[in-house]
Design a protein. Structure first.
Length: 572
């Protein structure tokens, strides 16, 4: 470990991994911030023209799969490729996916998502594993939680900046240029990683297999093949058990992978068995955190788009217009449609879409016409329908609004602001030997996350049954609360895996953590689809509150056992 030189008390390699992850997350969150908006926008405007239900289905499936593939990427890095090769390969695949999304075409849309999903599988678990490996010496072991907090701040610097770039590119050049910017960011991340490899290569070490360990080919045969088989069976089951064919396919497909991790626990023994069992228990609880947290790109984006007062003050609008950063929304005669007339028109349009023949030129032409008409009604009506009458401009006039994707920067803003505060707090408590254990921090994070849903209940009540716009401060406050929960949970989850995992399967167990994120992300899409059907929107947020609070209570009940396992493994 002689290459593990330090800077400001942390390994120099951390700062290269920090910058690499910052640019990777710049691309990832740029894409995610506009993903739902892009799918809802009409085909004639450069979007996909999907219905809200289809949008939520694709959103949840994509987010689920993008965190399911780290199981495969982690395994191959542990056994075959090593961590650095996996990260470079994954980064290049993700960049290719973003560039494919920049082409306005149905085939390149799905192909681009495939490349991002596979690339993230090779990139995400292995860069997180390298961070942990940098702190493997006795000298640095006590700083691992802080190292992951710093690393996590890099993630969120990229996530904060990217939405301003997305808004500028989308407003001035179109959706395609915004997606291309994500690809450029990913390529910069790969170049930074390559430039810092001398500070990292000494911890890119594959651990030898032990007697009784299952061979890589057998693992893939017992998980990857059954995953596809179960997924196909779930898709083909008549009717829908979980709301849609893709929901059934995804959850069924996860069953063999979950069974594999249970098999790992069953076959292990002693301290290793208890450590794997503790990790699996934590994984099961954090699923519901991500089910709520990752609604920021779906249900909360819709809330920002349709129910939040996004009007710019005149002074800000003048500056934003000068720099081509103001979203312009025009009023026209379509807004004179009352609710009943609008719903009737929407029903007619959707019936036309359902009647379209598949895989024909006629379908493509009809879809373009449908999307054009639908986009016209939705874009002009939705923002004005619950705007105070005195704020509605005359027909033919417009409003200057903050772009919806900018609200995606609120969460990373709070992360960057609050991370030093929280790192300082943990350090202060550590010196006094009162720092909570990593599992305790995760349990606290779940409780705080549940409270963020109550803030949004207040936002719904503030709109007087959605008859008026909610202030942006409600979203700002909700994101502040959930960010505190996130900082107690997400980087601590990465740290816990690094601390407790048997060394030879660290990346594989990191893949297990991302599997829990995967299932949570799919649930986020499934929950967000309820947004369209729940008439009383406060019940949507009450449901989120109850789910996460239930997970928190489960984890608190296990804390005594989890803390005992931490002590047995000489980690805290």
């Amino acid at each position: 470990m002689s290459g593990n030189t330090t800077q400001q008390g942390h390994p120099k390699g951390l700062w290269f991994l920090f910058a690499t992850e910052m640019w990777e997350r710049f691309g990832y969150y740029l894409m995610l911030g506009i993903f739902s908006l892009y799918m809802l926008d009409g085909w004639n405007n450069g979007g996909m023209g999907f219905s809200p239900e289809k949008k939520s289905d694709i959103y949840g499936t994509y987010l689920g799969l993008v965190y399911l593939t780290p199981f495969i990427g982690g395994l191959l890095a542990d056994r075959v490729l090593g961590y650095r090769k996996s990260i470079i390969m994954g980064g290049l695949m993700m960049a290719s996916g973003y560039f494919l999304l920049s082409f306005h075409d149905m085939t390149s849309f799905y192909l681009g998502l495939f490349f991002i999903i596979m690339g993230n599988g090779f990139f995400k678990p292995n860069i997180s594993t390298l961070v942990g490996n940098l702190y493997s010496t006795d000298e640095l072991k006590g700083k691992k939680d802080s190292g992951y907090n710093i690393f996590y701040m890099g993630i969120n610097i990229g996530a904060f900046v990217c939405n301003f770039v997305a808004a500028y590119m989308r407003i001035n050049f179109g959706w395609g240029y915004a997606f291309a910017a994500a690809g450029v960011g990913m390529l910069l991340g790969v170049l930074i990683f390559l430039s810092g490899t001398k500070h990292i290569k000494h911890v890119d070490v594959m651990k030898p297999l032990e007697e009784g360990d299952m061979k890589t080919g057998k693992i893939l045969g017992l998980t990857l093949l059954p995953m596809f088989v179960f997924g196909i069976l779930g898709y083909l089951i008549p009717g829908n058990i979980l709301g849609s064919d893709t929901n059934d396919a995804f959850i069924f497909g996860c069953v063999p992978v979950i069974a594999f991790f249970l098999y790992l626990w069953f076959k292990s023994s002693g301290l290793e068995k208890r450590a794997i069992g503790a990790l699996l228990a934590v994984f099961s609880c954090v699923i519901l955190f991500f089910a709520v947290f990752h609604q920021n790109g779906d249900a909360l984006t819709v809330w920002a788009e349709d129910y939040t007062d996004r009007e710019m003050p005149e002074s800000v609008a003048n500056v934003a217009t000068k720099f081509d950063m103001a979203q312009t929304v025009e009023n026209n005669d379509i807004v004179q449609l009352d609710d009943a007339a609008f719903e009737e028109k929407m029903a007619q349009l959707r019936a036309q879409e359902n009647a379209m023949p598949e895989n024909t030129d006629a379908e493509i032409k009809a879809k373009k016409e449908y999307a054009k008409e639908l986009a016209g009604y939705r874009a002009s009506r939705k923002y004005f329908e619950n705007l105070a009458p005195e704020k509605v401009p005359a027909n033919g006039k417009d409003l200057k609004l903050f772009s919806t994707e900018l609200y995606q920067s609120i969460n990373p803003f709070w992360v960057v602001l609050l991370t030093p505060v929280l790192v300082g707090l943990w350090g202060f408590l550590r010196k006094r030997k009162k720092e909570p254990s990593t599992p305790t921090k995760i349990a606290i994070g779940l409780v705080v996350t549940a409270l963020s849903a109550l803030v949004m209940v207040g936002a719904v009540y503030a709109t007087n049954d959605l008859s008026m716009k909610a202030s942006s401060w409600w979203l700002i406050a909700s994101y502040a609360v959930i960010t505190l929960g996130e900082l107690c949970l997400s980087p601590m989850g990465l740290s816990l895996v690094s601390k407790l995992s048997p060394p030879r399967i660290t990346a594989l167990m990191m893949g297990g953590f991302f599997l829990s994120i995967s299932v949570g992300n799919k649930l986020a899409g499934m929950l967000s689809s309820l947004w369209e059907t729940m008439e009383e929107k406060e019940n949507f947020f009450f449901l989120n509150f109850a789910l996460v609070l239930g997970a928190a209570l489960m984890l608190f009940l296990m804390l005594k056992w989890l803390n005992k396992v931490m002590k047995e493994n000489n980690v805290y």
